[in-house]
Ligand binder design. Structure first.
Ligand code: NAP
Ligand code: GCO
Length: 268
């Protein structure tokens, strides 16, 4: 039997594109992949945010290259991928991380907002994956990691579009696996639980009287780990799914949620 090799977790020489990685979960995942040896390319919509991110990457010991590119714009994504392939190399690892959320009751949500969220959180993963797959297939391997959500499994008030997109992203993950597994492409998802980032800041804001936000208390009581996740919690799972150590893991959603999905909730 072949010896188990810890180097299978290494990503030396691999090129990783992490979308929407100027901050938050994408930034942390990119740092994790870089620590494992990958070359990091990221994108965001703002040059200013990208420039600030490059400085923060440097402070974390990571040489990242940032591009302005809107993931909902197919032509811009195709051009970006062609540029990366020409100047840096074929993308070995794609992390579809960019997303937006709008919390509003469904009957008050405009169809324009609903479409924009589906476009950013779901269609973008189709656009980016479609752009990188041909070269991955030619090269004979590839890793696509889709950043899913608790809302890939659960609903809740005010997040209809986001939940629809993240549920769809779970199935896009399984479909990419089904369609391209034969070409040695692994497409998996990471489903973060509730993670302390700007996206969830409004849910953690202290109340006027200084007490904790009710949603903050709700999440801590719903989570067996009894805390919010931090972005660093996503680094190890992302490295695993980007590495050869997970070459027979395909179409899987790895929930990194402190146990939320396993738990019925605190008894009264
Ligand atoms: P975040 O800080 O808002 O990060 C999202 C990033 O996406 C932003 O930095 C934004 O960058 C980028 N982005 C948005 N629209 C874009 C577009 N059209 N083109 C390119 N980039 C775009 O949120 P986060 O909490 O880190 O979330 C990251 C991912 O994890 C998302 O997929 C989110 O749904 C998922 N997630 C988050 C949590 C959580 O609790 N925080 C839990 C589960 C899943 P620019 O503004 O620079 O464009
Ligand atoms: C919300 C949150 C969630 C999280 C995350 C959960 O309003 O319920 O923003 O959707 O961000 O995706 O996994």
């Amino acid at each position: 039997m072949a010896q188990f090799d810890m180097n299978d977790f290494r990503l030396d020489g691999k090129v990783a594109l992490v979308t929407g990685a100027s901050d938050g979960i994408g930034f942390a995942i990119a740092c994790g992949l870089a620590k494992a040896g990958a070359k990091i390319v990221f994108n965001g919509r703002s040059q200013e945010k990208n420039d600030a991110a490059v400085v923060r990457y440097k402070e974390n010991g990571v040489e990242a290259i940032g591009f302005v590119c809107d993931v909902t714009d197919e032509k811009a994504v195709q051009d970006l991928v062609a540029k990366i392939e020409k100047e840096i190399g074929v993308i070995d690892i794609l992390v579809n991380n960019a997303a937006i959320i709008k919390r509003v009751p469904m009957i008050e949500m405009s169809v324009e907002d609903f479409r924009k969220i589906i476009d950013t959180d779901l269609n973008s993963a189709f656009i980016c994956s479609k752009a990188v797959l041909p070269s991955m297939i030619k090269k004979g391997h590839g890793k696509i990691i889709n950043i899913c959500s608790m809302m890939s499994e659960l609903g809740r008030e005010t997040v209809s579009a986001y939940a629809a997109a993240k549920g769809g992203l779970k199935m896009l993950t399984r479909n990419i696996c089904s369609e391209y597994g034969h070409a040695n492409i692994q497409c998996n998802g990471i489903g973060p639980g509730y993670i302390a980032t700007k996206q969830t800041a409004p849910l953690r804001e202290p109340q006027a009287d200084g007490s904790r936000h009710p949603f903050d208390q709700f999440i801590v009581s719903k989570t067996p780990a009894e805390r919010w996740g931090v972005v660093e919690d996503l680094m190890g799972p992302a490295v695993f799914l980007a590495s050869d150590a997970s070459n027979f893991v395909n179409g899987h959603i790895l929930y990194v949620d402190g146990g939320i999905l396993a738990y019925i909730g605190k008894q009264p």
